[in-house]
Design a protein around this ligand. Structure first.
Ligand code: SAH
Length: 219
């Protein structure tokens, strides 16, 4: 299929996301620009602009476009922001955030996924990102504080190090719940260091595995 056809399919996807309640124009523009098909294996390209999660290697998934849009919208990312993302996966959400923010720091626990996301994003000319293979539940303290933190794997609760690494007035979006389903929670850090917590509906993510997440299998 030609590039123009994919651009048309993305436009249809953006319409659908609008119908499904996404309002933030910067987020919709970013979805319009990022070629989601290039983040999945070739046999999945025909499905890349449907509003579904799709399988990646290593048993992980590229999130559903609506979820990526909703989390980006809830995070309220501004052009000067430094954003920390936990769970790089394919790098699709990273690419969307990179269009919204100044810098995106992204952590992925599976080395093979981190390396291929990094390669893919560099090839697309995305240069305001840094990706590392690391347990994201402990955060990335060298680069802290962050204006925004987006966790794209399901957690039993919010990891304390991430709350610590959030800037004052910062926002953190995370799916919290059990292994099957979670609630999208949004934390805001107040001037005195305390947090406001809001809930924004149900989602289903692969598990956040790590020291302050779910235990790895067999340990
Ligand atoms: N935003 C990604 C979603 C990938 S699925 C995308 O759209 O492609 C969630 C990812 O989180 C998986 O790749 C998984 O390996 C990763 N992950 C799980 N626990 C993690 C942890 N503690 N630190 C970093 N990454 C983690």
């Amino acid at each position: 299929m030609a590039a123009a056809d994919y651009a048309y399919q993305r436009q249809q996807l953006v319409r659908l996301l609008e119908q499904r309640g996404i309002r933030d124009q910067r987020v919709l523009d970013a979805i319009q620009r990022v070629p989601r098909h290039e983040f999945v294996r070739r046999h999945l390209w025909p499905q890349a602009y449907r509003d579904f999660a799709l399988p990646l290697s290593s048993g992980q998934t590229i999130s559903q476009p609506w979820v990526v849009a909703r989390m980006s919208e809830l995070a309220r990312v501004e052009p000067h922001h430094r954003v920390l993302e936990i769970g790089t996966g394919s790098g699709y959400q990273t690419a969307v955030l990179a269009l919204l923010a100044r810098w995106v720091f992204s952590l992925e626990r599976i080395g093979e996924l981190a390396r291929s996301a990094n390669r893919r994003l560099r090839a697309m000319g995305v240069d305001n990102i840094k990706i590392q293979t690391f347990d994201g539940t402990v955060g990335w303290s060298e680069m802290a504080p962050y204006d925004r933190i987006v966790v794209t794997a399901g957690a039993p609760g919010v990891p304390q190090p991430l709350l610590d690494q959030l800037a004052i007035h910062g926002r953190l979006v995370i799916p919290e719940g059990d292994l099957e389903q979670q609630t999208l929670a949004c934390y805001q850090k107040k001037e005195d260091g305390s947090f406001l917590r809001e809930e924004h509906g149900g989602v289903a993510f692969v598990p956040l595995v790590g020291r302050h997440g779910w235990m790895p299998e067999g340990e």
